[in-house]
Design a protein around this ligand. Sequence first.
Ligand code: SF4
Length: 265
Amino acid sequence: MGIKIDTVIDLLNFYKALGFKEIPNDFLKSLLKNSNAKSVKTESLLNSTVNIQSKKNNENLSKISIYNDDFSVSFGHEKNSAIEKLNQEIKECKKCPLSNSRKNPVCGQGNINAKLIFIGEAPGIDEDLQGIPFVGEAGKLLTSLIEKMGFNRQDVYITNTVKCHPPGNREPFESEIEICFDYLKREIEIVSPKVIMTLGKVATYALMEMKSKLKEIKISKIRGNVFFYRKIPVIPTFHPAYLLRNRKDKWLTWEDAQEALRRLK
Ligand code: SF4
């Protein structure tokens, strides 16, 4: 059985929304060849996708609840206090040298009852100035991905591996990741998600519990596989900042997002 035509349409809508004006012919042909479409004109398929997308989004929302409802009813108050206490600790933290150069520590943001967490690397310049994770161009791209998955940004939980901006926008050192990891570990425990998506190699390295060397992690080789952190499936994918520079890899990120959606059902 081939790929369902609805899946092909979803995929095309996603690329269209991300600003793609053209789809490589070979890729489109292979999609249609493997789909269950009997006869579809490519142009009409692309032109007809906008209305279908909004319908599909609603269908997604009705099928997938993004909240851990049971957990929030029983432990809502405790979760709020736990995350407030954690965020206060992060704001006062001076455990690593990044505290000397940061403007604002950046705590996680979003719904603490979410079933889906996105974990990035470390705050960039915009995040450092505003104290909010994933703002700026990379943040817009992540928001676009979340919406294409059928959710709103406030439905999910978004955080970083390291909570303070490394000077010069460099990658965090292994030592900084290790020192800061306790905060991420506690965030995951509090939110208790069903699925985690790691954005880039730093978050992937951290959730692999730092068992290898950071420089040995190649996200292009790891993505497409699922591993487990404390029994929670982790789906590694590219960091949005990388995707801004390498637009062709957005195709692969959408595949990873679909794996996350399958596991949320
Ligand atoms: S990066 Fe983490 S460990 Fe280092 S100062 Fe910031 S919050 Fe503390």
